[in-house]
Write a protein that binds this ligand. Structure first.
Ligand SMILES: Nc1ncnc2c1ncn2[C@@H]1O[C@H](COP(=O)(O)OP(=O)(O)OP(=O)(O)O)[C@@H](O)[C@H]1O
Ligand SMILES: [Mg+2]
Length: 249
């Protein structure tokens, strides 16, 4: 396929972000095409989570621009950003489930927040998305009663509840054993191809990255140092990218 004909769904231009004296993002440029899975790689503390949080307006840039589905986020109000978050949902790094709510309550939460008033419709949608992540029948359990892999899948179900056009995953498999990691990678891949949404997956695990990604970008010292397909990653002469590749072998 000629990639030039694909529509960019997410465009990041010259994104800069500091926290106090700490410059985290120093001019990030990245395009994510509609329907593809872009993996953002990078070491711990490089700013991967900060970058992801800009894409659905949880952070505001110091400089630069984020465009999602043709709409620049820069000038949007909080209410307008809320609508963006409906379209671009996030699976948070640690799941971020509400401990006091059941699995059902957690997945129903974004629906209720976005004005779904019919209990029957909420119940139907919650059951639908729990089935998508192979968790039918656990709606009454509390997060404390779930394994790490189940928690991640509940977080995924919650992110899918409002039929997003894009899903941002922050370390979807960190802390899980290799078998559960593999299962979640396959799930991310199959949901993406079945539902067709655009994905951005942040990880420092290149093995996982190759299972889920179409293209790959390496964040280093506040900029995207390299981006390309799996083929381009494997044949790159970029030294840091090569180091990442070595860890996946
Ligand atoms: N709200 C904040 N206030 C102050 N500093 C922050 C804030 N959010 C992030 N940082 C800092 O920005 C830097 C990048 O953080 P970030 O969480 O994006 O890293 P990361 O690449 O996701 O790391 P990890 O792989 O460990 O998750 C860190 O030094 C962090 O301390
Ligand atoms: Mg992070």
């Amino acid at each position: 396929m000629n990639r030039d004909h694909r529509r960019p769904f997410i465009v990041i231009r010259g994104l800069e972000k500091s926290f106090g004296p700490k410059q985290v993002l120093r001019g990030v440029d990245l395009e994510v095409f509609e329907g593809e899975t872009m993996v953002v790689l990078g070491g711990s503390g490089e700013g991967k989570s900060v970058l992801l949080r800009h894409i659905n307006g949880l952070e505001r840039p110091d400089r630069g621009e984020i465009v999602v589905d043709g709409q620049s986020l820069n000038e949007l109000s909080e209410d307008e950003l809320d609508e963006v978050r409906k379209k671009v949902s996030m699976v948070f790094q640690l799941g971020a489930l509400f401990d006091s709510l059941t699995v059902f309550g957690n997945v129903a939460y974004p629906l209720q927040e976005h004005g779904w008033t019919s209990e029957a419709k909420v119940r139907e949608r919650v059951h639908e998305v729990l089935a998508m992540v192979e968790l039918s029948g656990v709606g009454d359990l509390f997060p404390a009663e779930l394994s790490g892999g189940m928690k991640k899948r509940v977080a995924l179900a919650r992110a899918l509840a409002l039929e997003p056009k894009a899903v941002l995953y922050d370390e979807p498999t960190t802390g899980l054993d290799p078998l559960v990691t593999h299962r979640i990678d396959l799930m991310i891949r199959s949901l993406q191809s079945r539902l067709g949404f655009t994905s951005v997956v942040v990880t420092h695990d290149l093995k996982s990255a190759f299972k889920v990604g179409d293209r790959f970008a390496l964040l280093d010292r506040g900029r995207i140092r390299f981006s390309g397909t799996a083929e381009e990653v494997r044949s790159t002469s970029d030294e840091l990218m090569r180091e990442f590749v070595m860890t996946a072998l």
